[in-house]
Design a protein around this ligand. Structure first.
Ligand code: SP5
Ligand code: ZN
Length: 329
């Protein structure tokens, strides 16, 4: 199985995030992907392709131009975390860099640094290469990339995410056939939901109940899509501490809905933060459980583009990724 990796991801490496009322070490670190790639490179079933190229974000095809223009033009000497947020979505752009970012940012855990834009351009190119590959071969592919994407919406970013990799892939794959997105990150993919809320790209997400977990304002079961998108958004919120058996039951329901939709491609937002020892998660899913989840999804038999989202149990992330994706290989 092919594995695509953006070569420059390590250049985006904030030192701190402000979360849970503390300034703490940044969790979404380059080691996450380095450890996954190191582990997979020891397994002959995986063929790793590092992608060096960059592509201007202006061609992303999903986000609000003005937000992307800020990412493209901003010049910063250090990682910025804004302190003021444009919650009423007013239009005038301020002069200060941190306030420009605050126009579209929704949390304090998503700093923007000197190389962040370049890393995003490299991510964008990597996603495009993976899309090209799956279109041509109809084979499963895994993209070991960061920063993650599923919290980035049409005109907002946050939750360690800047551009929505899954959505960027979906709008391209959609030209070749029906696309479903399954999001199994521990957190609701509010960005992906937002981008496809009015369109018939099927979005199905299993995640921790937003009443008690990030992103707090999105992810309830009654968010079903609107207009052309009505019925094509399915949220399955699960209580904190959900165990493997209950998780697998919910997953089977999700897979049945995806199967009835008969997609030509599946995009899988893979959050390894559902793992039992993840510092941000509370689900009780061990490594065998991850493998079983991978097997069940693979049984759909739909060509699958797996995109890495969250997962912060650094000591085990390599083995966990391997256990999950092996059934697809
Ligand atoms: C891609 C991904 O997994 N992003 C997750 C981002 C989580 N960010 C920090 C969460 C801190 C939430 N604090 C919740 C307080 C509850 N009242
Ligand atoms: Zn997550």
């Amino acid at each position: 199985m092919r594995v695509f990796v953006p070569q420059k991801h390590g250049l985006h490496s904030p030192k701190f995030e402000y979360s849970n009322s503390k300034l703490r070490k940044y969790r979404e670190s380059p080691e996450r992907i380095d450890k996954i790639v190191k582990r997979l490179s020891l397994n002959h079933r995986f063929m790793i392709s590092e992608i060096e190229g960059k592509e201007s974000l202006s061609k992303n095809g999903v986000h609000f131009d003005k937000m992307i223009e800020i990412f493209e033009k901003i010049k910063v000497n250090d990682y910025l975390i804004p302190d003021t947020f444009n919650i009423k979505r007013l239009e005038r752009e301020p002069n200060e860099c941190d306030a420009k970012l605050g126009m579209y940012l929704f949390d304090t855990a998503t700093p923007f640094g000197p190389n962040t834009a370049d890393v995003l351009r490299n991510s964008f190119m990597t996603v495009k290469e993976a899309v090209k590959y799956i279109k041509k071969t109809r084979e499963n592919v895994y993209v070991a990339l960061r920063p993650p994407g599923h919290h980035a919406g049409y005109d907002f970013f946050g939750g360690y995410c800047y551009i929505n990799n899954a959505a960027i892939a979906a709008v391209r794959l959609k030209k070749a056939g029906k696309v479903a997105i399954l999001d199994i990150d521990y957190h609701h993919g509010n960005g992906t939901q937002d981008i496809f809320y009015y369109s018939d790209v099927l979005y199905v997400s299993l995640h921790a109940d937003p009443a008690t977990e990030f992103p707090s304002y999105w992810g309830y079961a009654d968010e079903s899509g609107e207009g052309e998108g009505y019925g094509y958004n399915l949220n399955i919120p699960l209580p904190k501490g959900t165990r493997k058996q209950e998780y697998l039951m919910a997953l089977r329901n999700a897979l049945e809905i995806i199967s009835n939709y008969s997609p030509a491609f599946l995009i899988l937002s893979l959050g390894l933060d559902i793992y039992k020892d993840d510092p941000l998660g509370t689900f009780e899913i061990d490594r065998d459980g991850l493998n079983e989840i991978g097997m069940l999804i693979n049984v759909l038999g739909v060509p699958t583009l797996i995109l890495q989202e969250g997962g912060y149990a650094l000591d085990e992330i390599g083995e966990n990724a391997e256990a999950f994706i092996e059934p697809f290989s």
